[in-house]
Design a protein around this ligand. Sequence first.
Ligand code: ADP
Ligand code: MG
Ligand code: MG
Length: 515
Amino acid sequence: MDGSIYSNYPPPLDPAWEKFLVSTIKDWAIQNGLAVRPHPSFVPEGVDSKGVLATNAPVTLFPSLFPKARFEDAVALQTVYNELYAAITCNEAWLGKVMENLIDVDDFISNLWKVHLAVQKEGYVQTLSLGLFRSDYMIHAPSTSASPSLKQVEFNTISSSFGGLSSLVASLHSELLTSPPGRPISYPPHPLFDSRLPPSNTAVETLSAGLAAAHKAYGVSKSTPPLPLCILFIVQENERNIFDQLALSKQLSNVSKIPVFRVNSSEILDRTFIPEYNAFRPLIYQTHNPSVQFEATTVYLRAFYAPSDYNSPRDWEARTHLERSAAIKCPTVLNQLSGCKKIQQVLAEPAGPDHLSSFLPHKDPELIAKLRETFAPQYDLATEGQGRELALNPETAANHVLKPQREGGGNNIYKKEIPEFLRSIPESEWKRWVLMELIQPPAGPKNIALRSDGEVLRGNVVGELGVYGTILWDNSTGEISHNEQGGWLLRTKGKDVNEGGVAAGFSSLDSILLY
Ligand code: ADP
Ligand code: MG
Ligand code: MG
């Protein structure tokens, strides 16, 4: 890796210039909706009892440098990844076999599987399934390697967030890079700024187009008499990242002219119902106006991905209620489960059956090989073997991360803590976790971040690129009617921070300059 590209980037900023940039960004963020609700710990007790406050999303002052060829690799692989995860979701038997080992040790996975079984027993009435996916990568640049490669951190099949805000960060940085003559120049000069802008970021358009494609594919109302059609966003109460979600619903309402309603996951059973006399099982949404009802074509889950979203049997009942309805789910339970870390570990197994070729039988072997190259080594911990050896030895554990079957950040165990952690839990539970080799990002990059509480952090950073993709397919035939890539996300965190989520408080939103 040519480390020198980072050595004078970003350009030095004296305190007055930094202050100017910070205040410009702070205001731009609120004016343009690059915002989040404040974390409760930022707000003194009693100050925001009505929940009216918002603040800038954590954001870097400068775009980060990213190797152009690796960005293009990630973009080129996205529709193949979309197909792979659609194919896995279609193969209930294969998925069930992988889940089998988790079900007896992981209540959350077990309960999700039970939802699927219950609906399968009754019979699914909707075979279409929508995926709004995000594949996350880091640049792997171990000192011994000649050229940096692209390694997948994880693949997300549920609630893939930040498409709305990431496109705003690209706009913010682009504006700062192109401040017109006659205005104060926003950034100090740097040779990389001369002709470069972040690549176009169509995350909002792409994700909304995926939802709109499902809406259209649903067809006409299944109710008698027919009802107007809508899309439902299933959300968490007190969602801090609401403006990210509103970017998508606004695009759907304003551009696609599709009505969108937000429903808290805890209110699903109060606000929606399925008429029992209707064998098509349409999902009816009761608006706040008692005389107005809509039929939901599509339910987009921005909740129900974590155990904390299921606080009582009623929440599981609500998930089952959505699953058995005629609405197209984004995602279905099976599609959610296909995104388990365990699946990613099984796909990455170097020996044994060639799962990729079986799931993608018509794909060019070269393309499959490229996809396989994005896998970092991952290990099963169910039985004695290499995984356990690496995880229990403090020296080798130091180069690994231990992941459970969870989403949303803050769930992993890192490096030297792995052996001690494993020894603190019963051996019978080790199979809940997979061990993954740490990706080694380049050491040089630096940036400055404005956090949501106004704090400014600076230093060496690590970037994680997310690439968005959408796919609509038929679970019974495997037929794909929409498969697109579009939009990206860069999250940047301090070099010594293990975790990476923005919502979980570890990273800042960023954009990229390709070199
Ligand atoms: P989640 O689904 O909770 O986001 P991830 O697999 O993305 O789980 O892990 C969370 C964070 O941990 C990532 O954003 C990244 O910063 C870090 N991480 C995960 N796997 C690796 C890895 N193999 N190498 C380096 N960092 C990793
Ligand atoms: Mg995830
Ligand atoms: Mg992640």
